[in-house]
Structures are given as C-alpha cells and as structure tokens.
Design a protein around this ligand. Sequence first.
Ligand code: SF4
Length: 334
Amino acid sequence: MRKSLYAMKLEEIMETLKLEKKYQARIVRDNLVKGVTEFSKMTSLSKKDRERLAYDAMTSSVIEHQESASTVKLAIRLSDGMVIECVRLSDGKDRYTACLSSQVGCAMGCAFCKTGTMGLRRNLEPGEIIEQFVHLEKLGERISHVVFMGMGEPLNNFTSVMEAIHSLHDPEQFNISYRKITISTSGFVPGINKLTELELPIKLAVSLVTADDDKRNRIMRINRTYPLSELKKALISFQRHENKRITLEYCMLKDYNTGKEDAEKLRKFMSGMDALVNLIPWNPVEGMTFKSPDENEIKAFSNELKRLNINYSIRREKGRDISGACGQLASKIE
Ligand code: SF4
C-alpha cells in the first residue's frame, strides 16, 4: 500500500521520494497543497526528478461523484481498494465546508446511522484524510471550513485525525484556522479529555440524540460505557479550557426523543454548559425502522426548547437526495 505524501514532514517526503535537498521536498509539498499531484507537472522540480517520478502522487481516486443543489458527495477508492465517502457542503453563498471521514466504517454501531452498520474496517491514515480535502478542493472552490462528521468516530482515530488537522492548519500548507475545524464525536469521553489537554481552539460537536440514559443506551452503545454524567463532565472541562460553545447534535427520531420530557432532560443536561442544540430531523436510511418527524413534531419540540430558553437551530437536510446527509454515509459501492 503506497503511503500518501500529504501530512508528511519535509524530511519524510525527502526520504520517500529519495530527494537530496529539503527545498525539493518543499517544492513537492507546495504543489501538492495547490492540488498539483502529478510530478511531471511540478515544473520547479528538475527534469531528472520529473522523469524519475512519472506518476500521480495521490494514493486515492474518485470513483463516483453525486451532486445536489448545495452538496457534492464523492466516493473515494483508497489504495487498498476500500471505499470511503466525503462531502462538500455549500451555504449557497461563498462558504464551502468539507465533511471528512476518519475511518472506513465505524465501531460505534449507533442504531440510526448507516456507517454504523458497516462495523470498523480500519482507521484512515492522516494523508488519506487530507486527500479527501484535496479531492473536494479539486471541484473548483476554495474550502474554508472542515468538519469531521463523515464516516467513523474521529476521536477513535485520534493521532491520525490530529496529524491531519495540524497539516490543514499549518500556514505553509492549507492554512485553515483551528476555529474553522469541528470534530464531531458520539461521546467518546477519553478522546474528549485528550482533546481538552491539547488546548487547541478546535470546535467540538457531540452527537447527543437524547439526554435520557435509558434511551441513549438503546440506540448508542457508547453510552453504556460513558453515560451522560461522564460525558457532561468531559464537556464542561473542555469548555473550561477552550471557552467555546459546544454543539449538541440532536438527531430527531419520530416519537422517540421529541417529547416534552425529552426537552426537560435536555435542559438539565445543558445546565452549566454553553451549548447550542442543532436539531437534525433524521435522514432516512434504507432498512432502518426509525422514521423522520413530521413538521408538526419538529415545531412542537422546537417550541418546547424555546419555552425552556434552550438555544437551538434546525439543520435542514442538505444532500439527503444523494445520501450525503448526516448518518447516511456508507460505502455501498464497495
Ligand atoms: S453516528 Fe458516528 S459514531 Fe455513530 S456509528 Fe455513525 S459514524 Fe459511528
């Protein structure tokens, strides 16, 4: 399996490509960051090196491209033949966000999520994470924001995700502010604590889904190991260090987590925390028995949140028609 040059240090690029001087590795890296991935097109390299390295540096390739109004989803084949998906979201103006995968499949097995049905195949390498970003930028627009909300639990592949983030943030590489990078977790407490220790202004989102331990246990296995009380402790500690608002992703499941008592439990969970609840009506996944709430249910629950003074927003589906919405990613092509 050929290793991606993305996210490599200059010394590693030198060694991998058998370059003699550091400045040559810098030329390669500058080109890669600009999306020039064929060595033959890196005109600042010597003719000898260009001829010697007559291949494309990308280790992954796009095998399917699907597009809806504001979303583009790419299926990407990795060098070992496995397939992942990533998404570019647009706000309809000039802001583009890359939604990246961190693993092939996912071990967490959340009952409402398509990726969870795959099980974990393997972790992605830092370079494989960056290559998704590069494929999405090759679509033609500069991407300013990154969210780790694709396939996988990013905090379960902590080292690779952090290496990728450092490379995305590095002013000599992709130059994306930490503040524009969000990690979304299912509530993997040791990972949240590790992130807190790093003291970086990265944003954190938690796929909460319900603030009721029994209900969460039933649909999110992670809660049986790290129940809501431990999750809350970790989030408050993260917030104490980073002083940043946390997003609580609340995937709305019809008649499951949208009652008045659910809103009240959410209020209690959020006390002492600066958080925004992001209501996400569930995106249908073939073969699953959950249902999306109708407009009346969404309205009634959001009115209840308003009554309880809970900050919330409603995320309208982007990319649902191409299965590029939250919880819908899985490599069916595989
Ligand atoms: S919701 Fe996230 S953590 Fe849960 S199975 Fe899906 S990808 Fe994994």
